[in-house]
Design a protein around this ligand. Structure first.
Ligand SMILES: Nc1ncnc2c1ncn2[C@@H]1O[C@H](COP(=O)(O)OP(=O)(O)OP(=O)(O)O)[C@@H](O)[C@H]1O
Ligand SMILES: [Mg+2]
Length: 413
């Protein structure tokens, strides 16, 4: 059975004309489903799910919202689907849930193709951005509702609700009505309602997107801890890369319906496959400098396209890398993350002159914008790094952290 918690606080529309309305979702919610007589425990290894998407395509008229997408989500994994607005995250999630029928491809849950199964038969919980709790029911009743509709006996219901309330730390609000709750508590209750049935997997669509920044941090930790405790397969949608980096076992980065990269947070951060991923992950994103590389003895000179007087020197290793890819003399983009730029205040041989353009103190560190040639790049420094606007400095790009991308294709070399 699929548990739907609708996007809107009132049982209103879902934001898209031909998506099931909240009323339909609520009806699904009431649908008869198999009695689940196991209780929520912290025991692992039961009722978990592996999800596999094979070449899925979803079209809305002429728009191809999801394009030949492949993705495997392991049992108990917390996978974050990350990408900018409109890239197809929700559509992918809804396709897994069975709320959208895909036009092509296969959706596997465990060892079964579920394309033909209705949402209510997939045993997955879907948690939306804003929670629709039943306003006239207490928190306890909101959570117990799915079990009551299954005809579970009162004693087992009580045990299940109390287990869930214990995990979510909401025992003290069980008698309250939703109108008396804070946003965060409402969200915990909604999670409780989706957890109480022990679904095979959780699909979460920006579940903390509407909370304020401070509270999002708290919920991020709580959701992560919750996943560690109950270990259920989770696909979590967000467009916030910090959320993705901090929560995901792996991150799947999408753009315009295409999956660009799937990997552990550090893999995606350290080895982005293209300019889009390099820029989307990280705050600030990776710096990009247009260059053309030339050979100098057996070393490499990366000459700035914006000012041919300025160049960075690299060693033989970079030379070999570029030679292997036949990248000399081609238009390239040099990529470097802000934390891998070293700044010297005194003139130092082989370092490149730059000018301090803007300084952004962030508390624990500073972001220093540097004018190099006619490019502006961002460096991260310690909080105690003292410079003034307009100061002349010398910079080094830490060579082993330098990336090169083909300017035309955007792909990493
Ligand atoms: N029911 C629909 N009818 C027509 N177009 C739709 C429908 N659902 C989604 N789309 C379109 O498909 C594309 C992908 O939408 P989707 O909601 O999956 O994006 P998203 O990544 O979840 O974006 P956001 O971060 O804004 O929620 C968008 O161009 C959207 O307008
Ligand atoms: Mg969405």
């Amino acid at each position: 059975m699929l548990l739907c918690i609708t996007r809107s606080k009132v049982f209103g529309d879902t934001g898209y004309p031909n998506r099931p309305s909240a009323a339909v979702n609520a009806a699904m919610y009431h649908q008869k489903h198999s009695v689940i007589n196991h209780r929520l425990t912290k025991e692992r290894g039961r009722n978990m799910a592996e999800i596999r998407l094979v070449n899925i395509v979803k079209r809305f008229g002429k728009l191809e919202a999801v394009k030949k997408l492949n993705l495997e989500i392991a049992d108990r994994e917390f996978l974050v689907l990350l990408g900018p607005s409109g890239c197809g995250k929700t559509t992918t999630l809804r396709s897994i849930a069975g709320l959208e029928a895909v036009d092509e491809g296969e959706i596997w849950i465990d060892n079964k193709i579920v394309n033909e199964l209705r949402a209510s038969e997939r045993d997955i919980a879907f948690v939306f951005q804003l929670y629709a709790l039943y306003p006239h029911l207490t928190v306890y009743k909101n959570i117990s509702f799915p079990l009551e509709t299954q005809g579970m006996n009162k004693k087992d219901i009580d045990k299940s609700v109390m287990d869930v309330a214990g995990i979510l730390k909401i025992e003290h609000i069980l008698k309250k009505k939703p109108s008396a709750l804070s946003g965060g508590d409402m969200q915990r209750v909604a999670l409780g309602r989706s957890m109480v049935r022990r679904p095979k997997a959780f699909l979460m669509d920006e579940p903390i997107g509407t909370l304020d920044a401070k509270f999002r941090e708290v919920m991020r930790t709580e959701l992560k801890r919750l996943h560690i405790d109950i270990g259920a397969t989770t696909v979590y949608v967000t467009h916030d890369q910090v959320e993705a980096m901090s929560m995901g076992d792996r991150i799947a980065v999408m753009k315009e319906g295409v999956m660009h990269q799937v990997g552990k947070p550090e893999e995606v951060y350290d080895n982005p496959v293209n300019l889009f991923v390099a820029n989307f992950i990280g705050s600030p994103g990776m710096n990009f400098i247009d260059v053309v590389c030339a050979k100098s003895d057996h070393n490499t000179k990366a000459v700035l396209s914006s000012n041919k007087e300025v160049c960075f020197q690299f060693s033989k290793e970079v030379y070999n890398r570029l030679e292997e890819k036949r990248a000399f003399s081609k238009k390239l983009v040099l990529g470097i993350r802000p934390e891998w730029i070293r700044i010297e205040k005194k003139k130092t041989e082989n370092l490149v002159p730059a000018e301090i353009y803007v300084i952004e103190p962030l508390g624990p560190s500073k972001i220093v914008d540097l004018k190099v040639g006619n490019d502006i790049i961002k460096a991260r420094t310690g909080a105690d790094f003292e410079v003034g606007i307009g100061d002349r400095v010398w910079i080094e790009l830490i060579e082993k952290k330098v990336h090169f991308f083909d300017k035309q294709s955007g792909n990493a070399l």
